[in-house]
Design a protein. Structure first.
Length: 151
């Protein structure tokens, strides 16, 4: 199973539609669970990260293989990412991706992470990034099943 934990809600219909499309496509390959935790609005970034951390931790099982999405993480091409997903799924029943909020992720979540992944040194809107992650997971399954998919 793939679990994706994200901070904040997707408000725009076009983003929600894209997420639903990839959820539908991924049904063929894996069970997918999308979890949205509330973002927190305080003037204190440290307090925000602590509150978001508590919300995220509720959904991480001790047996999950946790992948945090971080600018400082390791960059992979799509084929290598697919190969990694295959390896991780052989060892763990759940792969859990975590996308932080505006201030990133609390150090406690980063420490719990089994793998830190970066898509780019650029910063993306969190709603858009969910779609990018879903697309790359979908692309991975297509690669692993030797199915054609645009390059």
């Amino acid at each position: 199973m793939i679990k994706i934990i994200t901070v904040g809600k997707v408000k725009e219909k076009f983003f929600r539609d894209a997420i639903l499309e990839y959820q539908k496509r991924l049904q063929k390959y894996t069970k997918l669970e999308l979890i949205e935790v509330n973002d927190v609005s305080f003037d204190n970034p440290t307090l925000i990260l602590e509150k978001e951390c508590l919300s995220i931790e509720k959904y991480i099982a001790s047996t999950d293989f946790v992948i945090t999405l971080e600018i400082e993480g390791k960059e992979l091409d799509s084929v290598t990412f697919a190969e990694q997903i295959e390896k991780w799924q052989m060892q763990y029943s759940n792969i859990c991706f975590i996308i932080g909020g505006s201030y990133g992720l609390h150090q406690k979540i980063k420490t719990r992470s089994n793998f830190s992944l970066s898509f780019s040194k650029m910063t993306f809107p969190h709603q858009l990034f969910r779609i990018l992650l879903l697309e790359q997971i979908y692309r991975s399954y297509r690669i692993l099943n030797n199915e054609s998919y645009h390059k």
